[in-house]
Design a protein around this ligand. Structure first.
Ligand code: GLU
Length: 492
């Protein structure tokens, strides 16, 4: 990589779960940096965690970034000269580079089983405060290691961390940070199944894809010294690392879906305009100057300077998002606003799913709107006492809903049958009757004690809004605790 080489940046999301606002945040800054410097913006899918990665989640990443108007120049869906851009299709490449590191003496086969590794790490943690592997297999001669591998013995490949000296991470925003090498683990690079870990795949790909600047979230800082050692071990020049501040809740904790929705799908469903979301994300940790808070993506690109990123933990403040969204809504002409309502809220596609659910429950067309209101709204207003079935205590319902939302969160295949199966299994496991549990969930997702079939309703409502409403129900229960209602008010 020469000093004058064109800027090439990337995002490298792992396709697990819902498309995250943090992915959009990092994508935005990378894209803007690339456009500002007339470089290339690459989307790489890091799906080496085979158990958790899904194609559905990968597609959700493309869909939601496109919704925001973000575009990339290379990626699994658009191709490019540096492909494949999906790590699961590059397994041979990682094997080859792991082999090179072993041959050059920078990595080694480790035959220790999980039991030993866990024990040693616990011992080391007690002894030194850092739970590291003790380097036991470093001493095995390469020939012997090869023979054992050839004989079918299971092994991982570990990085041989230098044991003295330090590795310095020099970030343009944070200045140099020195890490003593002796504190670092002999990181696993290749797992027993031959798949690389994040560290190996990430470094090999960033190098082969000629990435010049790695702009990623602060949470990756602790991994970066290992990455720098990897670059050094390969004899490669590392890219410039820029770690963006982590997005936080109001109480300064890292944003999490337990506090605020983090799925981009939720915000779209909640009627946030994509241009407002982009503007909101741009304002997080970035000062456009002169107290200007509303600006377009084009203006952002034109004025962008990475040095203007501030590190003081930007707060993902939903009031601010609403305020900006309101400004953008009011900028729309009547005609444009009407178009948005027709595509995002009252689309024929959505109505077509609701009609079969509601047809048996109305005798006049005029009932359609009042009886289906919860299909179109966001947070619901109802008496939290309705959540508590008379056969259960408030604590039981709280526990049940908290457990149910965890289970529902793992359902990516959001269909009525899967949802029913999941909740029935959950009820059986924790030993509560399905009926009272379903009633709690029904009230949480519809605000009512009577609705069309619960699971069909949940399917049509969709994952983001259902998860949001069940979490909201839990919050309502917690907040209303103490203001108890007589059992006769409860549904039976
Ligand atoms: N796969 C990592 C993630 O999910 C990529 C981190 C990085 O950008 O290096 O965010």
């Amino acid at each position: 990589m020469s000093d004058n080489c064109p800027v090439r940046v990337r995002i490298a999301p792992s396709p697990t779960g819902d498309p995250h606002v943090g992915t959009a945040y990092i994508a935005l800054f990378n894209m803007v940096f690339a456009r500002r410097h007339e470089g290339r913006f690459i989307l790489r899918i890091e799906d080496t965690d085979q158990a958790r990665s899904t194609l559905q989640s990968e597609e959700a990443i493309y869909r939601s970034l496109k919704w925001l108007g973000l575009t990339w120049d290379e990626g699994p869906d658009v191709g490019g000269e540096y492909g494949p851009y999906r790590q699961s299709e590059r397994k041979e490449t990682y094997l080859e580079y792991a082999r090179r590191l072993i041959e050059s003496g920078h990595a080694y086969h480790c035959f220790c089983d999980d039991e030993r590794v866990n024990r040693v790490r616990a011992e080391q943690r007690d002894l030194t405060g850092v739970g590291r592997y003790d380097g036991h297999c470093r001493a095995i001669a390469l020939d012997e290691a090869r023979a054992r591998v050839a004989a079918g013995e299971q092994s991982v490949v570990r990085l041989k961390m230098p044991q003295d000296g330090e590795t310095v991470l020099d970030c343009p925003l944070r200045g140099p940070i020195a890490y003593p090498n002796s504190q670092q683990n002999d990181q696993v690079l290749l797992k027993t199944d031959g798949f690389p870990t994040y560290h190996l795949a990430n470094v090999v790909d960033d190098h082969l894809m000629e990435i010049t600047h790695v702009i990623r979230a602060e949470e990756w800082i602790p991994s970066t010294p290992k990455h720098l050692v990897l670059y050094r071990s390969f004899g490669w020049r590392p890219p410039t690392f820029i770690h963006m501040p982590i997005l936080r809740n109001r109480d300064r904790s890292k944003i999490s879906k337990r506090r605020n929705p983090t799925s981009l799908d939720y915000y779209r469903r909640a009627g946030i305009l994509p241009e407002a979301m982009v503007n909101f994300l741009a304002n997080l940790g970035y000062s456009f100057g002169d107290d200007i808070e509303k600006f377009t993506l084009a203006e952002f690109i034109e004025g962008f300077a990475i040095e203007r990123v501030s590190l003081g933990g930007p707060v993902f403040d939903l009031d601010k998002l609403d305020w900006l969204n309101g400004l953008y809504l009011r900028d729309l002409s009547h005609e444009d606003l009407l178009d948005r309502v027709m595509t995002e809220v009252l689309s024929r596609e959505r109505l077509a799913k609701i009609v079969p659910l509601i047809r048996e429950r109305i005798v006049r067309l005029e009932e359609f709107v009042p009886k289906t209101e919860y299909f179109f709204s966001g947070a619901l207003d109802y008496d939290p006492a309705l959540l508590v079935h008379k056969k259960l205590t408030r604590e039981q319902v709280q526990g049940a809903l908290a457990g149910a939302v965890e289970r529902l969160d793992s359902v990516l295949d959001w269909r009525a049958e899967t949802l029913e199966e999941t909740l029935r299994e959950f009820a059986a496991e924790v030993g509560i009757k399905a009926g009272p549990l379903f009633m709690g969930v029904r009230v949480a997702v519809t605000g009512r004690t009577a609705s069309p079939g619960l699971f069909e309703t949940m399917e049509v409502l969709g994952r983001p809004i259902c998860l949001f409403r069940v979490r909201d129900a839990l919050r309502k229960l917690t907040e209303s605790n103490g203001k108890d209602t007589a059992p006769s008010d409860r549904p039976g």
